[in-house]
Structures are given as C-alpha cells and as structure tokens.
Design a protein around this ligand. Structure first.
Ligand code: CAO
Length: 541
C-alpha cells in the first residue's frame, strides 16, 4: 500500500528565505531515503535537503531560484508503507544529528569569528577557525588565499566540509595575508590558526561576530545523484548542477563568471571543483579551447550609464518571468550556433478551408486560426525529420531523439513570455489542437499555467502572425534544437501557370542548432512545413 507523504524544509537554523540552487529530482523520479531533493545556499554554506523516505516523487513543489524557509513544502512523495517502516528502523539505529538549543538560539547568518581588538592599525593579526557548530576535525577542502594576497573583510579564506555541509570561513579583516597556516586536507577545529595577516583597517565595531553554524537540518554537501534531466521550458531555466561537487565559494565564482560548473573538471579532493579549476576553465576558454554543450561565459558587462543625464527616466524592475527569460535567451543565443532558414508557404487554399470551417470550429467551442494548421504541419515535419525532435545531450556528444511530439507555443503575456506545451500533438485533431491552444493562451495571459503545462516541449513555435512583420530570427528554446517563427500572411503576386496571381503567403523563419542540424536538413524541414500548409490534404497522409 502506498501513502503520500509531505517533505518540508527542515530546521535550517535561523535562516529564512534561503535560495534553492539545485533541484535534484523531478516528478516521477524514484528516490531513496537520503537522496538529495534540493540544494539550498546561503552566502556561506550550501546544504542538500535529502528525502526522508524511499519512494516516488509525486510532485515537486519547489523550483530553482525559490526562496524557502523552515516548514515550506518541498515535495509530495509516494511512499510504500513497507519501505517507510524500514527507513524508520534505520533512523532509530542512526539518530540524526541535531543542533543543541544553545546553538539554535545563535543567529545563524555567518561571518568570521574573532573578537576584534581595537588595536591601532596596522597590526599583525592571527585568524582562527570560528565555532562552526560542527563536530571537531572538519576537513579543509579549499584554501582561497596565499601569502601576499590582499583580502577584504568577508572574503573567503578557506572552505571546510563536514559530512553535512560545506562552509566558507571569511576573513574578519581587510588586509594582506602574511602567512597561511593551513593546507587542503588538514582537519581543523575551533581555535586552530588559519592565517596571519597585516590588518590595514579594523572593523569599526568591536564585537564578536557570529559564527558559521551548521544548520540543524540534515544537510549534506555531497553531490546528489544524477537524475534524468527533464526536457522542458522549466528545465531550460534550471542550471542542473546536481552532479557537481563544489563549495559555495566556487559556485559563487562560477555564477559571477557565468561558468557552467558541469563543464569544469575538479582537481580538489574527491574531484571536487575548487576555485582554481574555475579560473583555469575560464583561462582555457579565453585561449580558445572548445566548450561542451550548454557552457558559456558572460562576455563583458555593459557599462553602467546614468541615463538621467540625458533626460527624465523611470526605473522599474523586470518581471520575474522576464528575468528568467532574459537569462535563458542570453544563454541560448551565445551558446547555440543558430542558423535561420526563411521560407514561405502558399496558404491560399488553407485560408479558404479555414474560413469555411470557422463556424464549425466555433460549434466545437474554439476559434480556428492558421496556428493549429501550422502545428499539424510541424508534427508532420518532426516525424519526417526526427533530428528536429531531439536535444543535444549535455556531454555535447550525443543526441537524444524523442519518441513523443510535444509542441511549445510562445505566448506573450503582460508579465512576459511563457511557453505552454501541447502534449502529444501528433495524436490530436485540428479542433482539439485549436481548443487546447486557445485554453492555454487564456491560462497564460491570466498567469494561471501550471508548471507541468510548460514542461516537456520538443519544438517551439513563436507566432507573431497576428501582430505583423515579414520575418524574424527566433532564438532556439534550448534544449530544443529548432524553433519556427511565423510572421503575418501577405498577399503577394506569385508566378503560376504563366501568369502572376495573388496568393496568400505565410512567412516562416526556422532557426536551428547547426551543431545538430545541417543546412540542407534545415531547408528541407522548412520546405516540408510549407508543402504541408500549401496542400493541407497532405496532413492526412
Ligand atoms: N497571419 C495573419 N493573421 C494571423 C496569423 C498570421 N500568421 N496568425 C494569426 N492570425 C490572425 C488570426 O487568424 C486571428 O484573426 P481572426 O480573429 O480574424 O481569425 C488573429 O490573428 C489573432 O489570432 P490569435 O493571436 O488570437 O491566435 P493564434 O492562434 O494566432 O495565436 C496564441 C495563439 C496562443 C499564440 C495567441 O493566443 C497569442 O497569444 N497571440 C499573441 C501573439 C503572441 O504572443 N505570440 C508570441 C510572440 S513571442 O515569440
């Protein structure tokens, strides 16, 4: 017998609104007790939240970038009663570590540790390991400074890793490192010396700053199990670092530099990726080394301009959706070699048929626009050219061919662009597609789309036909390998039967990933869509 159990964010000390930096599982995934569900990251520590049960993920309630606090619902897990009993027995045998009431009472948000004497500057200070709240003998997995380095207050000096968490130990001072008294692999405890440093400027307030305290939750810094990557609009936004073994400082550096950590080879203990690996990766890219799929670098920051010097301005934040979209579009634009193939379809006959059947469509409770026909033509093209119904695997070497056909349709909403998905479009009739399209469009504009309605697309259509334009170059919605842009129908003089005749021409713009699709294939795919639309009887074949 199975029951549905809730997994909630455990006691993570006094942290609230902690960012979810990884989602290790997706709906339907089997998990064992202790498998990581999500990874949280504060400024100072990253921590995995493991499943307390063996079972199957019924529904993930959290996504990348969410901010969570104790008690927030992470997932619903379908649990076999028997499996649960076994886990309970294991739990009894191995009680979880808990943080004492005293530790819980401490403010959790970190920083270094020392009582700062109000000595006249400059002075030579020794920085020691603070009370990490963890057991003694915690391993040093990264040393971020060397003699002569200038560090700012709060810069990471070393990273420690216990069984449950990795944590950065920041400098309590601004100054110059005189000597480093610790090396990678050392086991340290509270009070052990880390560095001596010439302190240029003392912190203004004489105080004992709070320590990095291991969160009370069962937290782990070990890499979580690899899970199948969901191929969806949502996964497009997810940096799946589930198989990455790296500490907070390294992750932070990677984020700042726009480095995809999955592409970086770790040289630290147990192949952990350390900051120097990220630096070496960046250097190799700058020197022209080839990159794997999906990686990329922030090229250069746009200079900050004070626009108010030219006239009145008003600053408004981008919507949440637009922020996500901006990141994804940017990544897709710089990492995928796009080629856009233009074509046009003579839809004169289609339009006659559509007008004749508008009434019938209304009787089916839907509206018949050119888009459902275009979707059916794309289904036919995807069946004929399966390399378009595919994704490049993250190793950049394999292509994942999909045996299902889900079509995403870009919908502009007041909050930004969303891509609801018509699932198994190859099994649906014209009216069914039209109805689903209309319903999804309404839900999208009302901001009521559910996560699963935006997941699993294989190919995307962006139609600006109702707006205008003659052509455009759509950006591929990775992990798709192609996207079809549709512009406004125009009546054009087409030379037929020895004379020019007015025909309704539909402009098509097919962008494809040139790593997966050859130019000839791109041209054939676009031509296939055009041919299907020109003679819609072919859609029946
Ligand atoms: N050329 C000329 N007219 C077109 C056309 C084209 N390529 N495509 C659609 N039209 C017409 C439709 O026939 C309809 O006219 P009638 O009401 O006279 O039949 C009108 O434009 C409006 O269509 P629509 O936008 O309601 O419907 P759609 O099936 O084309 O689009 C959907 C469906 C979900 C995309 C839509 O609801 C929507 O959001 N459209 C706005 C455009 C948009 O957001 N596109 C995404 C752009 S971002 O990449």
């Amino acid at each position: 017998m199975t029951t549905i159990k809730e997994v909630r964010v455990p006691d993570i000390g006094n942290y609230t609104g902690v960012e979810v930096i990884e989602v290790g599982v997706k709906n339907g995934a089997s998990v064992k007790a202790e498998d990581s569900l999500i990874t949280l990251e504060t400024e100072k520590a990253s921590m995995d939240v493991p499943s307390p049960f063996n079972g199957t993920i019924k529904e993930m309630k959290i996504k990348l970038g969410d901010k969570v606090s104790q008690g927030d619902l992470i997932a619903l897990v379908e649990v076999e009663e028997k499996a649960q009993e076994e886990v309970s027995k294991e739990e009894q045998a191995q009680p979880q570590s808990v943080v004492s009431e005293k530790e819980k009472a401490k403010p959790q948000e970190p920083a270094a540790t020392k009582t700062v004497p109000s000595a006249p500057s400059p002075s030579l200070e020794t920085v020691t390991v603070p009370d990490t709240g963890a057991a003694k003998e915690v391993e040093v997995i990264e040393v971020a400074v060397k003699p002569g380095d200038i560090v700012k207050q709060e810069d990471t000096l070393i990273t420690l890793e216990s069984e449950k968490a990795s944590m950065d130990i920041p400098s309590p001072y601004q100054g110059k490192i005189e000597s480093v008294l610790i090396k990678v692999g050392d086991k340290v405890s509270q009070g052990d010396k880390i560095v001596t440093m010439h302190v240029a400027m003392q912190p203004k307030v004489e105080e004992t700053k709070e320590v990095v305290t291991e969160p009370a939750a069962k937290v782990q810094a070990q890499p979580s199990k690899e899970v199948p990557k969901s191929i969806s609009r949502e996964s497009v936004t997810v940096h799946d670092f589930s198989n990455v073994h790296a500490g907070p400082a390294t992750r932070r550096m990677a984020r700042e530099l726009g480095v995809d950590l999955r592409q970086v080879k770790g040289t630290g203990l147990r192949n952990r990726i350390v900051t120097k690996d990220v630096q070496a990766f960046v250097k190799s890219i700058m020197q022209g080394a080839p990159q794997g799929a999906g990686s990329g670098l922030q090229i250069e920051k746009v200079p900050e301009i004070d626009f108010s010097q030219f006239g009145e301005v008003e600053v408004k934040p981008l919507s949440r959706i637009k922020k996500w979209t901006a990141k994804n579009l940017y990544r897709n634009w710089v990492t995928i070699p796009h080629v856009t193939q233009f074509d046009e379809a003579d839809i004169t006959e289609l339009e006659i048929f559509r007008q004749e059947n508008k009434q019938a469509a209304e009787e089916h409770g839907t509206k018949l626009t050119p888009l459902p026909f275009i979707i059916m033509a794309c289904v036919s093209a995807l069946k004929t050219y399966p390399q378009f119904n595919a994704s490049l695997a993250s190793n950049g070497q394999d292509v994942v061919f999909k045996k299902y056909i889900n079509i995403g349709v870009a919908v502009d909403t007041p909050n930004g662009l969303v891509v609801p998905v018509i699932k198994n479009a190859d099994t649906k009739s014209l009216f069914e597609i039209a109805k689903e399209l209309g319903d999804l469009g309404v839900l999208a504009r009302e901001g009521k789309l559910k996560g699963e309605q935006m997941q699993g697309n294989c190919f995307t259509i962006s139609s600006l036909g109702s707006v205008g334009g003659t052509a455009f170059t759509p950006i591929i919605n990775s992990p798709d390998v192609a996207i079809l842009g549709v512009s406004k129908v125009q009546i054009k003089p087409i030379f037929m039967n020895e004379q020019f005749v007015p025909r309704k021409m539909l402009p098509l713009s097919l962008s494809y990933d040139h790593r997966v699709i050859d130019g000839v294939e791109g041209a054939k795919f676009a031509a296939h869509i055009a041919a299907q639309l020109q003679d819609i009887r072919k859609l029946l074949l």
